[in-house]
Design a protein around this ligand. Structure first.
Ligand SMILES: NC(=O)c1ccc[n+]([C@@H]2O[C@H](COP(=O)([O-])OP(=O)(O)OC[C@H]3O[C@@H](n4cnc5c(N)ncnc54)[C@H](OP(=O)(O)O)[C@@H]3O)[C@@H](O)[C@H]2O)c1
Length: 388
């Protein structure tokens, strides 16, 4: 009886917390807010009555990185005593081999994107299925032992319970590291260049932060679509990397000459401006992006590496009849068919060798603070990974 009341009370707390978060989200006008993280990774195992482990070798505690409060990299706590979650109905429990570090992780850490705390950060990982929640086997044919790539929450951990819908089987011959280095970033790029604005052969495209995790994939995919690519990147080493990927022009926007990158873009395009700008830098570049785009052009803001784009008076778009978008990957990948479609496109590019990944560095999970410092300090090129 007491146990039932305790469970009911904790369930009400979770529901209330979710309702408050939902209300908070709807008050905020920004379209960038991610969906509610699932509760499975935060619920203590005794609450999860659908726990159905299939292997006795699964430990009860694990290494994971949690944050209890928002702040700088110092709030990331590597712990060895975190409960291994139980997969609920429709979930799979994955033993993670390698996890991805994404800029969005810093937004949840700093509180730019609100989320419940304590929280295990991390949006993606590759690993092996070690247990299935009930009802999971039939829909997608998963079984214990399958190697999968998933994209959800709580990836900075040895084990993560994720909705089966968010996982795909990794084909033989595709390395875990290569897929994590290109999964969330690559799916973002594919949806941006094919759905947000469908890039056509001959389009002139401006890509900011072109040497970053998403940037290096975007440059390659744009070139494969026949676009003329102008990239921006900070520093000679990054510029050389972006050039080596086939970009037609690369501007070091942190150099004295490159600071006026809008003028350089205008010169390259004979005063016309570019057809589309993909801007993930945000605060420092948003105005320049509006200037650098052509009349009737398109600007897609998809990130806040330097801070968010401030509220934009819609009249700013009138003189040049500019179109804008503020997309997010989670908005494109909702249905299972969408996961399969876009993951299929990415795997095709990887398996055919048309898309090359670049791994910046693989950090042990215990060194996650340094990994965040490097990413925010603009010290990385390509994708940074974490080894749980
Ligand atoms: N909308 C979505 O669904 C979605 C999905 C994935 C990623 N994103 C966004 O895409 C962007 C790239 O993500 P990523 O994980 O691949 O990161 P990343 O590009 O590897 O790292 C961010 C890069 O941004 C540049 N940057 C410019 N100003 C900066 C500043 N003030 N502080 C830090 N970096 C700055 C740096 O490159 P330089 O040194 O060359 O300037 C830095 O390397 C992020 O904005 C992220 O939020 C959005």
């Amino acid at each position: 009886m007491y146990l039932n009341r305790a469970i009911a009370s904790q369930a009400r707390t979770i529901i209330n917390t979710r309702a408050r978060l939902s209300a908070l989200r709807s008050q905020l006008s920004s379209p960038i807010l991610p969906p509610s993280p699932p509760t499975s990774s935060f619920i203590s195992p005794h609450l999860n009555i659908t726990r159905k482990m299939t292997s006795s070798s699964i430990p009860t505690t694990q290494n994971a990185v949690i944050i209890e409060t928002t702040g700088g990299p110092e709030v990331l706590q590597f712990r060895t005593d975190q409960p291994v979650p139980s997969p609920k109905e429709g979930e799979i429990l994955v033993k993670n081999h390698i996890a991805g570090l994404n800029f969005i992780d810093t937004y949840f850490r700093t509180g730019l994107y609100p989320s419940p705390k304590p929280e295990i950060l991390g949006r993606e990982a590759a690993g092996t299925i070690v247990a299935l929640g009930s009802g999971v086997t039939n829909p997608y044919g998963f079984k214990v032992g399958d190697r999968v790539m998933w994209m959800h929450n709580s990836g900075y951990a040895q084990y993560t319970a994720v909705p089966a819908k968010t996982a795909i089987k990794i084909p033989d011959g595709v390395k875990d590291e290569d897929l994590v280095a290109s999964f969330l970033s690559g799916l973002t790029v594919l949806t941006l260049v094919k759905e947000t604005y469908a890039v056509q052969k001959g389009d002139v495209v401006l890509v900011h932060a072109a040497a970053g995790g998403a940037g290096i994939l975007m440059v390659q995919i744009l070139k494969s679509l026949g676009a003329v690519v102008i990239g921006t990147a900070g520093g000679a080493e990054k510029v050389a990397l972006v050039k080596s990927l086939g970009a037609d022009h690369v501007i070091d926007y942190r150099s004295e000459e490159g600071k006026d990158w809008v003028k350089i873009v205008k010169e390259i395009t004979n005063g016309r401006g570019v057809d589309v700008v993909y801007d993930s830098v945000g605060k420092d570049t948003w105005e320049g992006s509006l200037e650098a785009v052509k009349r009737k052009g398109f600007v897609a803001w998809f990130g806040n590496a330097s801070g968010p784009v401030p509220p934009l008076p819609i009249q700013r778009l009138s003189p040049k009849c500019i179109k804008i978008a503020r997309p997010m990957l989670n908005g494109y990948l909702v249905e299972r068919e969408e996961y399969e479609y876009w993951a299929g496109q990415l795997l095709e590019l990887l398996q055919s060798g048309k898309l090359k990944v670049k791994i910046n560095k693989i950090f042990p999970l215990a060194e996650v603070q340094q990994a965040h410092k490097d990413l925010e300090g603009r010290k990385t090129t390509g994708k940074t990974l974490l080894k749980p």
